[in-house]
Ligand binder design. Structure first.
Ligand code: SAM
Length: 193
């Protein structure tokens, strides 16, 4: 069973990742730079138990997660929101966000392309960065560290209006790497995109 299906992990995400005060400093710094009043629709990829719904009480919030146990908890806790096990094929959301999730996905580039396509104005994502590409494990889940060069080159290919990065070197959850650069990115879309 994946770590993200375990009842105690589901319960922990519902409790510990559900308020502004629960955010890591890099996450709250980036999210504080969003014009939140103009965020009317939010799509959260890797939403876990849907706790980030509480960060945007006035917006229509939709969450996507592959863990059915997380989705069950999310639907129960936030009946006013929509939850799916896969990204929608179409649609535009003022804010698309994905925190703590892309570092677990091997094809992170195509997933970011998908998220960017669904973004109307702002995309917030986090990546784990290092001097070279490496893959380890976090419990039973893969944990991908990307080279700074590769990650920045890729994000620049999206041709954003602006790109803001906030991050720091921090102890990692991953057994193989004691420390890693935790980077949270805010990308603003060009109006003409
Ligand atoms: C570390 S948790 C982060 C949850 C939340 N975003 C946060 O920051 O607290 C990662 C979440 O991403 C989900 N996830 C991992 N890979 C996924 C994928 N390929 N598609 C959808 N969800 C995925 C997991 O089920 C888990 O709920």
């Amino acid at each position: 069973m994946s770590v993200f299906e375990r009842p105690e992990v589901v319960e922990r995400y519902g409790r510990e990742r559900a308020q502004w005060r629960d955010l890591y400093p890099s996450e709250s710094w980036i999210l504080s730079h969003l014009p939140t009043l103009s965020v009317h629709t939010v799509l959260d990829f890797g939403c876990a138990a849907g706790g980030f719904r509480n960060l945007f009480p006035h917006a229509q919030y939709s969450g996507v997660d592959q863990s059915l146990s997380m989705l069950e908890k999310a639907k129960e806790s936030h009946p006013d929101s929509l939850f799916w096990d896969n990204l929608p094929d179409s649609g535009l959301y003022d804010l698309v966000m994905s925190l703590g999730t892309l570092p677990h996905i091997a094809d992170w580039e195509s997933r970011i392309w998908q998220l960017w396509k669904l973004t109307r104005t702002h995309l917030v994502i986090d990546l784990r960065l290092g001097s070279e590409d490496r893959t380890g494990t976090y419990q039973d889940v893969p944990y991908h560290i990307l080279s700074y060069r590769r990650a920045l080159r890729f994000l620049n290919c999206l041709n954003p209006q602006s790109l803001t990065l906030h991050g720091y070197t921090h102890a990692s959850n991953c057994e193989e790497f004691p420390e890693v650069f935790m980077g949270v990115f805010l990308l603003e879309k060009r109006r003409s995109n």
